[in-house]
Design a protein around this ligand. Sequence first.
Ligand code: NDP
Length: 400
Amino acid sequence: MGKALIIGAGGVAGVVIHKCCQNSEIFTEICIASRTKSKCDKFQAELAGKTATQITTAQVDANDVKQLIALIEQEKPDIVINVALPYQDLTIMDACLATKTDYVDTANYEPEDTAKFEYKWQWAYRERFEKAGITALLGSGFDPGVTGVFCAYAMKHYFDEIHDIDILDCNGGNNGHPFATNFNPEINIREVSAKGSYIENGQWVETEPMEIKRVYDFEGVGEKDMYLLHHEELESLALNIKGIKRIRFFMTFGQSYLTHLKCLENVGMTSIKPILYEGKEIVPLQFLKAVLPDPASLGSCTVGKTNIGCICQGVKDGKPVNYYIYNICDHQKCYKEVGSQAVSYTTGVPAMIGAMMVMTGKWKKPGVYNVEEFDPDPFMEALNKWGLPWKENFDPVLVD
Ligand code: NDP
């Protein structure tokens, strides 16, 4: 069918690479390009002889639009899958525009010097993508990503209006480290140490970090503390799902993780303001990232399960409906299949599926779109086929 250029060679990229290689009828060729080429070469060597997909590798600084354009012109991919960092979203979109290439990512743009992620920067590309006749699919990971597809599926099949959405993200995994993050530590800590927020009656309500706590009993994991966070899909779902009054996002954290985080915050290690250290400017959070375990290395030591899904409340034919849709994913099963833990797996599989949706024309439409703006059915079918089967519950325990 065609060729994908995968940018990034970290935890999530590893899963995207394996999944594209399993799906070699669609991904006949891939090029893996990242800042550190040796990481790309490692994936290429790992998969040599095990896939029909042709693999090439390249070095690229994805902050540099010129380098990206040169690479795209040389490789001529049908689509670019951006699994580098959110800081590179706009430069990669610029290069896609210049070369008229479709684009997929898993996290929305965030400027490096302000820990504030919003869709406004990427939504501003809509007209230019329309005019160029190319598709940008934003946020095709799990959350954002599958959570948006779950809501679109709920809307299409079970509701006339959805009034209330609670997205619940539970990681019941244990990696044996006193403190480690399951995806890029810098991005993760920026997200969880920020103020929380949710939407109620069309208005954003802001909370202190970790101010709102609930306890929920997750299938496959058990009872966990979960905390309200700001999360990017709240912004797009509130616009794209009909009837929304309230939408919230909760993520589980253990007490030990929170105590470590508080301590690191208190001593200034999570700050993104540069400081002078021995005459050199360093960013404390980037230094912290350098001493924490690499998320891509956590696969072998992480045990337990993740359970991520959405509880929707609304009406159908004038009657109230409650609906919970979720996926349970086992860390060790993921490791055996692709050498990664479940957080990378649950992000990488939907990134591959999103790219497949665009490449096969099912989700191809010039412009910039969030996942919930397309027909959810083919994506939902692909989730079952490619390793993230989902479950439904029409009588869920609700979150107060
Ligand atoms: P990693 O840190 O493991 O990997 C990031 C990769 O990007 C690294 O290989 C890194 O290169 C590369 N990179 C960074 N800067 C550049 C650059 N300037 N040019 C080229 N390559 C660069 O992160 P993860 O794999 O954990 O996360 C990847 C993305 O997935 C992030 O955007 C994250 O926010 C998103 N994500 C989304 C989720 C969802 O559900 N939607 C969940 C989890 C993550 P190097 O190896 O040299 O450092």
